[in-house]
Design a protein around this ligand. Structure first.
Ligand code: SAM
Length: 392
């Protein structure tokens, strides 16, 4: 990821040539100034103005999803109270929309969330597309390099459910060559800059439970995006053969480039999680992190079935999801309204189905032994996560 830094170096050098006071600066750094470098593992964005706008957007998100959301929740309590309803009333969606849909404070809270997120994606999109040759060359250079490997399947059938511009990401995961780039920087904003060194993903990888006999030779990570969990799994289990699959070619391409950059030996492939192409009983551990809230219910069932098929007896399936963590948050009227807004406003296309699905039951339905009290960690939403074990 060297070229990204060079973009800034060249522009500083040309500015230096124009201003006498800066000429001596250019002389002392002929050609290349020191790279701007990284924030931990995360490469800095190439331009200071873009970085400043992204930082502002991240800070704004902290305010919107923190203080402002709390105020909106308090307002929802007041609205319910005024109608003689308890704060934890569970009401039908239509009624929640009537109650909360026209409230100005709740509307500001939701629409600033949406608009800030939209602006954040647009800024990243403009940067990566505005310097497309540079970023494509960088990926092409990494495609054939190791450690690890990359398998792209450009003619693969992409199911319709995977083509949405999920969370308003322009082009979604499959329709933009820079989907991986955008996802990485975009989710750093979602993680409110607490994941610069993949701390969150390392926490998830460390929470993954071991198979019954403790043996871990092969691991499969499903829906990897930019491969942060996949890399963290390899670092926790250095002797294991670690695979990461994603439906998005741009996602595994970016994931591979990043793993090469980090010197981590993992194998990324553009394949469907529900059609992994691996033999029965091949893996000791199958993981996924926040995959299931972004797929349709039939796809969820098909992916669970595939995970159970490729696990060996005694192997474990650990799908890390907000919803799969127990105890499940109690359903409230405001929660139901917010699930609707997450789906309709933020374009988390499958969110309401996801929130209505009983994942323990789904895990049991594919023949695994479900455990609602799986491992937890402060990184895992602070709750126990559902897991499945293949019967021996
Ligand atoms: C929210 S991201 C997952 C984040 C990632 N696991 C991590 O550790 O940061 C969801 C990913 O699942 C992928 N995906 C969605 N449906 C899929 C499918 N059927 N098969 C494989 N990948 C899929 C998307 O392309 C996207 O990259």
């Amino acid at each position: 990821m060297i070229d990204r830094r060079r973009l800034i170096n060249l522009s500083v050098t040309s500015a230096a040539l124009m201003l006498p006071s800066l000429r001596s600066l250019a002389k002392s750094f002929p050609g290349d100034l020191d790279p701007r470098g990284t924030i931990g593992r995360l490469e800095r964005l190439p331009k200071l103005d873009l970085e400043a706008r992204e930082d502002l957007s991240t800070d704004f998100r902290i305010f919107v999803n923190g203080d402002l959301r709390r105020k909106a929740r308090q307002r929802s309590d007041a609205i319910l109270k005024a109608k003689g309803l308890p704060a934890d009333a569970d009401l039908p969606l239509d009624q929640t929309m009537e109650l909360f849909g026209n409230d100005p404070l709740i509307a500001v809270s939701n629409h600033t969330w949406k608009n800030n997120q939209d602006l954040m994606w647009r800024q990243l999109h403009a940067e990566f597309h505005g310097n497309a040759d540079q970023f494509l060359t960088e990926m092409e250079t990494a495609d054939m390099r190791g450690p690890g490997s990359l398998e792209l399947n450009p003619t693969m059938h992409i199911p319709d459910y995977a083509k949405h511009e999920i969370h308003m990401q322009p082009g979604g995961y499959v329709g933009d060559p820079f989907a991986g780039h955008m996802y990485h920087y975009g989710t750093n904003n979602f993680y409110t800059a607490r994941n610069n060194q993949d701390e969150m993903h390392q926490g998830y990888a460390n929470a993954v439970p071991l198979p019954v006999d403790g043996k871990v030779r092969r691991i499969l990570d499903l829906g990897v995006s930019c491969g942060q969990l996949t890399v963290a799994l390899k670092q926790r289990f250095p002797d294991a053969d670690v695979w990461g699959l994603d439906v998005g070619g741009p996602m595994v391409r970016y994931a591979h480039m990043r793993a090469v950059d980090l010197g981590v030996d993992v194998r990324f492939a553009q394949r469907l999680a529900e059609d992994s192409k691996f033999p029965d009983g091949h893996f000791d551990i199958v993981t996924s992190y926040i995959l299931f809230h972004e797929v349709s219910y039939p796809a969820c069932q098909a992916i669970m079935k595939e995970a159970a098929r490729v696990l060996r007896p005694g192997g474990v399936f650990f799908p890390m999801e907000v919803k799969m963590a127990r105890p499940e948050p109690k359903r409230t009227a405001f929660g139901r309204f917010m699930n609707w807004f997450t789906q309709a406003g933020i374009n988390e296309r499958w969110y309401m189905d996801y929130m209505d699905t009983d994942y323990s039951a789904e895990i049991r339905a594919v023949g695994l032994i479900a455990n609602d009290q799986g491992p937890t960690s402060d990184r895992l939403f602070g709750r126990h996560n559902v897991m499945g074990t293949k019967p021996t």
